[in-house]
Design a protein around this ligand. Sequence first.
Ligand code: EPU
Length: 502
Amino acid sequence: MDKIRIQGGRRLEGRVWVSGSKNASLPILAAALLVDGPIILDGVPRLADVHNMLYMLSKLGLEHEWQADGSLRLEVVDDSVIEAPYHLVRTMRASFCLIGPLWARRGKAIVSYPGGCVFGHRPVDLHLKGLRGLGARLDLDGGNVHASGPVRGGDVFLGGSFGSTVLGTANILTAAVLAQGRTSIEYAAQEPEIVDLCHFLVKCGAKIEGIGSHRLEIEGVSRLTGCRHEIIADRIEAGTLLMAGIMTRGEVQVLGARPDHLGAVLDRLREAGAPLEIGEMELSEAFGMPGRERPRMIRLEEEQPGGRATGSVPRSGSAPSPSKGSLGQGNSDDLLMGYRFRHNGLPPVPDSQSEATQERVPYIKSLPWDRLDCVDAVTMPYPGFPTDLQAQFVSLMCIADGVSVVTEKIYPERFIHVAELNRLGAQIRREGPSAIIKGGQRLGGATLMASDLRASAALILAGLVAKGTTEVRRVYHLDRGYERLEQKLCSLGADMERVRDR
Ligand code: EPU
């Protein structure tokens, strides 16, 4: 097991690329089961949850191959298997969104009923209600959900006590696209990850209207065929990197971060008084090279489960390596690493000026502040403040002036980070679904235990500003959903390392 050791107090500075979105990739990978012919996905992040999903899909007859340009090629080669068993599914709740595509494409599906979760009760009743609404016969047997019967389509209402459901919407949508009739999903999730799934499905031939709204109308088609699709940038990683910049009073330019996906977060940060710069730049400039240079591919060695694999990044042929101060303080490969995953599906580069170098890249940049005020935040379904940035925001509020109330309306129990942050000297009190943070505390390093993915990120952010050494143990949680976060932070000047925990 690895841990991350951080020497706090370094100001972060430089540019860093956001990887492709984990939560967009997972349902799109599951949806690949629906498709005839090859699919090419660009921007799929290489992280543990993605590897787990790919492993599970390989057992369901979906072959995958990471290609030389970093894209992922997928193709169904055997559609006879209908069961995703417990020993595969238990590692990741997102695997329950296999049931919709399996049932729709193969007529039957058996998927293990998800178990408990570290941040509270996470039922799948809405998934089951939606599947029934489309005509599924559902039976629970031996801890598995069996879905069978024709996919007819129908009217489904997917709102629950906590609002819409992201993976529930993905599950019903991916069944409805191959239904015999029409489906209407009322109270569909509007998250950018669901919009990305819709765009992928439409490229494959699905008929979906109302994309991005609370009501999706789907006309079933008999067949979907392969396409090429680029996964959206990870808004949660972008928000995490931005908060790292703010917390250290640094100037961190988060490349690829889409302000339109982070509206509620930017609103809270501005209200707190954090100065931000939002803009776009030429890809060539983002890359730190003159406009007309032709990117070439370099190869990077990368550790993967079960052996070594290579990836590649496009990189300027003749541009000097990024120097200290201009592109951050780290090694240039680290800086470009995010690029590989965000733009790894670059088209062949023409001789004159490549499409890639003409592309404009959105960014959000943190700027140094004199005073940061505590503000309240309430997590809500998109476009509200995302629960997946709640823990990181709590860390940020620990160093702001005043008192902040951060309320969880999605997962009222998702506060395991609070006790760990208090071990650093934070003053946070739990009051039901809220954390009340007395800001302005000087944090001091300590050994901390990561409990889930986003909590791990929150502890690392706190470690960046805590005096002395902070060790975050059990960072395998972090590896599930962040693509080499510590390397990206190091490239910005953080003093941190990954060490084996004995
Ligand atoms: N809910 C129900 N019944 C259901 C499904 C959900 O009551 O059948 C409740 C949940 O308990 C929760 C709320 O509805 O209170 C929203 O849950 P949702 O179904 O939207 O969550 P999810 O789809 O299982 C995804 C992300 C989570 C993220 C949530 C909320 C993926 C793989 N997971 O989960 O991401 O927190 O949406 O935005 O997309 C993470 O990346 O760290 C993570 C946990």
